[in-house]
Write a protein that binds this ligand. Structure first.
Ligand SMILES: [Zn+2]
Length: 62
């Protein structure tokens, strides 16, 4: 599942989407993207689309 993720802006590694519950919001899911190679991470977002958009924006602007 690639989810249209661009490679990491820092090392070119494979980016992955993480979706999970976090402690502060037990009934809510949060999404973030991280690099499987250098562990660069995006912020947490409410939706998958926001996390993807943020990651891809960073790839294009850094
Ligand atoms: Zn990386």
């Amino acid at each position: 599942m690639s989810e249209n993720l661009k490679p990491c802006p820092f090392c070119g590694g494979e980016a992955k989407l993480y979706a999970g519950k976090i402690n502060f919001y037990p009934y809510d899911h949060r999404f973030r993207v991280w690099c499987s190679k250098c562990n660069a991470m995006s912020n947490l977002f409410r939706t998958k689309d926001e996390a993807l958009a943020s990651w891809n924006w960073r790839v294009e602007h850094e």
